[in-house]
Design a protein around this ligand. Structure first.
Ligand code: PNS
Length: 160
C-alpha cells in the first residue's frame, strides 16, 4: 500500500491545496494531509480549526485523512509508514526552497518527495494572500472552499 503525505500550514486550506490533495488521492492508495503546528508562526486559525476545515473539505475523498504534526516531517513519515512527501509546485520561485527541502529530507532520512505541478488556475494562490485580501474586504470566493470562506469572513470581521 502506498501512503503519502501532503504537509503544510494550511492557514487556511485553499483551492490550490485541495487540487493537489485531490490529484494525489488519485495517484496513491492513501493520502495524509498533515497540518504543521509551527510555534514560530502566529496563525490566523488554530491547528484544530485548520484540521476541522480540512476534514470538512476532504470529506468526499475516501482515501484522504487529516492529521497534525510537530517537529520534522521525516519523523512523521517514519512513524506513519509514509513512503513519500507530495508537494505542489506553483512557479520557479517555489522550486529552489522545495528542492533544498526535498534533498535534505532524502539525505537525512531517505524520504522521497514527489512534486505535482499546480493547476495554472491557482499558480498565484497562497494562504497569505488569501488572508490579506479577506482581511481588507477583498473577494476570495473563487479561491477557497465554501466552509473556509465562511470562517474567513467571521475571522476577518473579528480582526483588529
Ligand atoms: O504550508 P507551508 O508553511 O509552506 O509548509 C511548509 C512545511 C510545513 C511543509 C515545511 O516547513 C515542513 O516540512 N516543516 C516541518 C519541519 C521540517 O521537517 N523541516 C525540515 C524540512 S527540510
Amino acid at each position: 500500500m502506498r501512503r503519502v503525505v501532503c504537509p503544510g500550514s494550511f492557514d487556511p486550506v485553499t483551492n490550490g491545496h485541495l487540487d493537489i490533495v485531490t490529484r494525489a488521492a488519485k495517484l496513491y492508495d492513501e493520502v495524509v494531509v498533515a497540518v504543521l503546528r509551527n510555534p514560530n508562526k502566529s496563525p490566523l486559525f488554530s491547528v484544530d480549526e485548520r484540521v476541522e476545515m480540512l476534514r470538512e473539505v476532504t470529506r468526499g475523498l475516501e482515501n484522504v485523512q487529516v492529521a497534525r504534526f510537530d517537529g520534522l516531517i521525516v519523523d512523521f513519515c517514519k512513524a506513519n509508514d509514509v513512503s513519500a512527501i507530495v508537494k505542489g509546485l506553483r512557479a520557479v520561485s517555489d522550486f529552489d526552497y522545495e528542492l533544498q527541502m526535498a534533498q535534505m529530507n532524502y539525505n537525512q532520512a531517505g524520504v522521497e518527495t514527489v512534486f505535482i505541478s499546480t493547476n495554472p488556475l491557482y499558480a498565484f494562490l497562497s494562504s497569505s494572500l488569501v488572508k490579506d485580501f479577506a482581511k481588507y474586504g477583498g473577494d476570495v470566493t473563487s479561491l477557497v472552499p465554501g466552509p473556509v470562506l465562511d470562517r474567513l469572513k467571521v475571522r476577518a470581521a473579528e480582526a483588529p
